[in-house]
Design a protein around this ligand. Structure first.
Ligand code: GLP
Length: 262
């Protein structure tokens, strides 16, 4: 796992955007359009803004690129501004100029939710798999909506949100009661199949989850620790999010000398 510690949220966004640009260009070199895994939450917003700026100034061409969101609330109308359908549309699809037909979000309104999850897995497979999955991390270590105790082999499925996650996400709603109880989420097994993972986190509130993910044991109690199993995962964090790490000096040494071995 690469651990990249930078000074500010803007630097986190720039470094994550650079990796996405690299993945898009790498796919183009092989005459195909990249498949991106998209995260919601506040953490990746800066990354999307950095990419949108590159699209606007003409230095990044995302034509043909497709996207798969990590997750979606169950039972929230797609027109609800906090549904991930709406969030992905307004923070990713529109500003990046992606073709909406190429951007998928799990269907939390399906009458048969498990069939919708299976169909979602199939559409990822049909697209040839995800080239780069962008991730945030919950304060309890969740990725997507894979809450603590989620199986590392899990696939897209229904999850019940923890009280902690509902409290954390209540800031997006008028009240805690309005935060849905359930979500559909790509599984940890699904996420681990992406060819590259980039997780972004900012601020002290994420420091303990970040430390558990990077330096803690591999454990379903910290779903993000599954990133330790991935051969091409980068965690890009600011100093506050890195504040509970023990090996900071080492990570900085690795990054400072990366050009010697790349
Ligand atoms: C949400 C999302 C996650 C996200 C996390 C952190 O519940 N399902 O994909 O990473 O919470 O959100 P934020 O970046 O706003 O802290």
């Amino acid at each position: 796992m690469r651990v990249i510690i930078v000074d500010s949220a803007a630097d986190v966004a720039a470094a994550a955007a650079a990796r996405i640009v690299r993945a898009v260009n790498r796919a183009r070199k092989h005459s195909r359009a990249a498949v991106l895994g998209l995260a919601t939450g506040s953490s990746p917003l800066g990354t999307y803004e950095a990419l949108a700026a590159l699209v606007r100034d003409g230095s990044l061409d995302l034509r043909g690129v497709s996207g798969f969101a990590l997750d979606e609330y169950v039972g929230l109308d797609h027109a609800h501004p906090e549904s991930y359908h709406a969030v992905i549309r307004t923070s990713v699809t529109e500003p990046l100029g992606l073709d909406p037909a190429f951007v998928r979000v799990p269907d939390g309104l399906a009458s048969d939710l498990s069939a919708a999850c299976e169909a979602y897995e199939q559409s990822i497979a049909d697209a040839g798999g995800v080239d780069l999955q962008l991730l945030g991390i919950g304060t309890n270590g969740h990725i997507g909506f894979n809450e603590p105790t989620s199986s590392f082999g899990s696939r897209t499925r229904l999850k019940t949100l923890t009280p902690q996650t509902r409290r954390d996400n209540a800031r997006f709603f008028d009240s805690l009661e309005q935060v849905p109880m359930h979500a559909l989420t790509q599984g940890i097994g699904t996420i681990l199949e992406a060819r590259e993972l980039v997780l972004v986190a900012n601020g002290e509130g994420k420091a303990s989850a970040v430390a558990a993910m990077i330096e803690g044991p591999l454990s379903s109690m910290c779903p993000a620790s599954a990133l330790q199993l991935h051969p091409n995962a980068a965690v890009i964090i600011d100093r506050a999010a890195a504040s509970q790490l023990n090996y900071t000096e080492y990570y900085e040494q690795v990054e400072a000398n990366a050009h010697l071995v790349e």
